[in-house]
Every structure is written in C-alpha cells, then in structure tokens.
Write a protein that binds this ligand. Structure first.
Ligand code: GDP
Length: 444
C-alpha cells in the first residue's frame, strides 16, 4: 500500500445527519477538488462554498462547504480536502462512488488517515492511540485521559527518558571507543546514578494499579455478599433497569452479570455475583468461585448484608471488607439501623426495595472513584503494549547495572533505549502498525 495513493472516506458517522464530512488526502486531493467543484486554486484554510458535480456524468451531487489544507499544514501532513455535504445516505454514497471512479484514488483503510499523520511525523504513536481513545471515550474522565495522551504528554515522558538513556549511552560508547582515556570516577558514578534513578521512576510508573487501563476499559465494581441479601436488586437499582434476576430463592445468580455505568464521569462496570455461602450445589459452587475471582479483580467492592436477619449469614461478607470496599446493609425497610460500624467501616443503610439511601450510596461511590482516579501529574500507562515495553526496558537496565563488561553493558543500554522508542514509534514498529491502526474506524 503506497503512501502516495490519494485516499478518501466518509469521516463522519454513518446514518442520516444534517451534515456529513468526506475527507480526501494525498497528492491528487487538490486536483480532484478542482475538477469536482470547478473552484480553481482554492485558498488553504478558508471555507469555500460551491456545487459538487460528478465529472463523468455531469450530474450535480450536492452543494456544500469545503476546506482545503495545503501540505504539510494538515492533519495527515499531505494535501487534504474536506467536503461538508448534506448527511443523507444517497448524497454521501453519490460522492464516495464518484470519487471511487477517479484514477489514483481509493477508499481509505481503517485508521489510514491517522497512520499517515504518524508516518509524516504529525504525531507519535501514543498520540495516535490517544486519538483512538478519544473517539471511543464514553465518559468525561475517559475523554480527559485521551486528550492528555493526544496532546503528547505520555509520549514526552517516554521521549525524555529515552533522551536521558541516550546521553548515558553516548558516554559509555565514547569510553569503549577511546579506552586509553579513562572516564573520570565521578562521571562514572553520576551516570550509574542517572540510570538507577530512571529505573526507580519507571518502576513507580509501572506500579499504577493499571489505573489508566481501567479508565479506558471500565473501573470494576463488584457487588458481593451472601445469597438473598439483595445484591441483584441493588444492581438493578444502580442500572435503572432489570439487568439481573431478582428472586427469593437463594442462589439464583450463578454467573456474573455486568452493567456499565457513567458514575460521576467515570466508566464503571458493576458486576453482580453469586451469593457466597457454604454447602452450595455444584453449579452454584462454580458461581461462587467466579464471585471470589471478581472480588479479587475488583477495584471497589460493595459488600452487602441483609439488615432484616442481621447478623445471620454475615460471616462470608465480613471476610471481604477491606479498604477497597463499602459496607451496605440492605432491607432497612424491614429493620432499624443499629450498627455504627461494621468491620471498622460506617455502613450504608439502604433499601433496594423502596430506594432509601441509594442516592447517598451513589454519591459515596462517585466520591471514592474520583478520589482513586484523581488526575496525577504523570500520566498513567493506558495500554498493555506500553507496559510490556517498559518492563522489557527495566530488564535491560537491570542487566546493565549488573554487567561488568562495558561492551555488554552498552548493548543493554541500547536495547533499553529501543524499548522506549518502540512505545512512541521512533524505532522498530513497522510490524506493530497494522495492529495499532486496525482498531480505528474508516475515515479516521
Ligand atoms: P441476591 O440473592 O443477593 O441477589 O438477592 P435478590 O436481589 O435476589 O433479593 C432477594 C430477595 O430479597 C427478593 O425477594 C427481593 O425482593 C428481596 N429484597 C431485596 N432487597 C430488598 C429490600 O431492600 N427490602 C425488602 N423488604 N426486600 C428486599
């Protein structure tokens, strides 16, 4: 697939809309625009109005507004034209099929516009991934994280680290090339210190509890407790729909039911789990196993108890209460709030039946999530790809610190530098690009 092809695609969403945008990028973009609109030598970055006519049939396709961006000052770095036309399926398909008949033009692959932007040095790989995240963002917190990454914050962090390593490497290589000129002791010590403080920085960046990844995929909140305490009823209330089966037969929820919510701007996946109890049948036991696993994986837990029979059946729940859980005592329509503390925590008294206490519980949940996902100065890792490369970088740095031979040490430094370069896309990424840009939609 040659980068010199001129590509086009519908850049706005499919379906009927007031306005649709068809984008064209590549060396033939301007000429095609001139042929289709009869507007000669369009002024870059100025809105132009005109009629689009199919040059083969002479048929008018639509009237619209057009923007021309001259290379390299465009999204892709190439000549780009954007046609803003009426968003009717026949209008957009009319223009797309007329463009498709032009020699040298072809429909863009998914993510191809962004890939060109990357290949032309308009953005690094992390920024391109940030753009994909922005398009997929469903909540405010996801949007903010994506915008930070798109603005290059994560890329800059890795670039700075890479620059530091490159400077150390330059010294090491000089020492190898000119063995007769010994590196002064204090410089040697300073270099080793630089590497060790960078290792610490990377280590603490890695120890982020996968917060950035969770923000992309959804923060996990598990509802746990004994059977019949009202877990499914609570989930349904939180989801505001009948997602889980509510019944007074113990052990009804055997698999995990998930609901996605926007909680105070954060994406939260709430899962209802099988009630924890001993003496359950085989299928239920499997459900319990999954519930225990969900509890371990959860970022936050709602441990639910039945206030009407308290403390009967509460032992299983007590074991789950820790600093990442909220204690919920349900069925307060049938009982009085008697306890100030359960396992050291102030319980939330609610009734999933008549909604008592649900607003306060939601507010507390929102607060706990925002507290834990408060924006930090250093951006979080957002992809497994970054994490893997950073771990690999750490392995090389560790080997460098231990190595006695300067040649081998320098090679480890070089490899560590490469790992960081792979994240931002300055080295060695050709084989990765197809995978990364495939996640985009067509037109982006
Ligand atoms: P789970 O097994 O923990 O998921 O519990 P369910 O949500 O299936 O509820 C078990 C039973 O308790 C059902 O009959 C519900 O209607 C009832 N229930 C749930 N929440 C409340 C509540 O707040 N008050 C009352 N009185 N009953 C409730």
């Amino acid at each position: 697939m040659a980068l010199t092809d001129t590509i086009f695609a519908l850049a706005s969403g499919h379906g009927k809309a007031g306005v649709a945008v068809v984008r064209l990028s590549g060396p033939l973009a301007k000429g095609t625009f001139e042929t289709f609109t009869k507007i000669k030598s369009p002024e870059p970055r100025r809105a132009l109005y005109g009629r689009i006519v199919d040059p083969i049939t002479g048929e008018a396709i639509d009237d619209g507004l057009f923007l021309y961006f001259k290379s390299p000052a465009s999204f892709t770095g190439e000549d780009v034209v954007e046609f803003q036309i009426h968003g009717g399926p026949s209008v957009t398909s009319g223009l797309i099929s007329a463009l498709g008949k032009r020699e040298g033009l072809r429909l863009a692959e998914p993510g191809e516009f962004t890939r060109r932007a990357f290949e032309n040095g308009k953005m690094d790989l992390t920024a391109a991934e940030g753009l994909a995240d922005l398009i997929n963002a469903e909540t405010a917190a996801q949007r903010k994280q994506a915008q930070r990454q798109m603005s290059g914050e994560l890329g800059q962090l890795y670039d700075n680290w890479r620059e530091k390593l490159k400077r150390v490497l330059a010294h090491k290589e000089a020492a190898i090339d000119f063995p007769e000129e010994d590196l002064p002791e204090e410089i040697e010590v300073a270099l080793m210190e630089k590497v060790s403080s960078l290792r610490e920085e990377i280590e603490s960046h890695l120890a982020d509890n996968r917060k950035g990844e969770r923000l992309r995929d959804g923060i996990r909140l598990a509802i746990l407790g004994a059977p019949n305490v009202g877990k499914s009823s609570l989930l349904n209330k939180l989801a505001q729909r009948e997602a889980a089966i509510v019944s007074d037969i113990a052990g009804t929820t055997r698999d995990i039911i998930e609901v996605h919510l926007d909680l105070a701007g954060y994406p939260v996946t709430i899962s209802d789990t099988a009630g924890l109890r001993s003496g359950a049948g085989l299928i239920e036991q499997e459900g319990i196993k999954r519930a225990v696993h969900a509890a371990e994986e959860a970022d936050l837990k709602l441990v639910v108890f039945d206030g009407s029979i308290w403390p009967q059946g509460s032992e299983e729940g007590w074991k789950l209460v820790d600093e990442n859980s909220l204690v919920v005592i349900n069925k307060c329509d049938l009982s009085e709030p008697i306890l100030d503390k359960v396992c050291g925590q102030k319980p939330h008294y609610i009734s999933a039946k008549d909604d008592t206490g649900l607003d306060a519980l939601l507010a507390e949940l929102g607060e706990q999530v925002s507290l834990r996902w408060q924006v930090q100065e250093t951006p979080w890792i957002t992809r497994e790809r970054h994490r893997e490369a950073l771990k690999e970088c750490q392995d090389h740095l560790q080997r460098f610190a231990l190595s006695k031979e300067s040649e081998l040490g320098a090679e480890d430094l070089r490899l560590a530098t490469r790992c960081l370069g792979k994240i931002t896309g300055v080295v060695d990424v050709e084989e990765l690009l197809d995978v990364i840009f495939r996640d985009f939609c067509i037109g982006k």
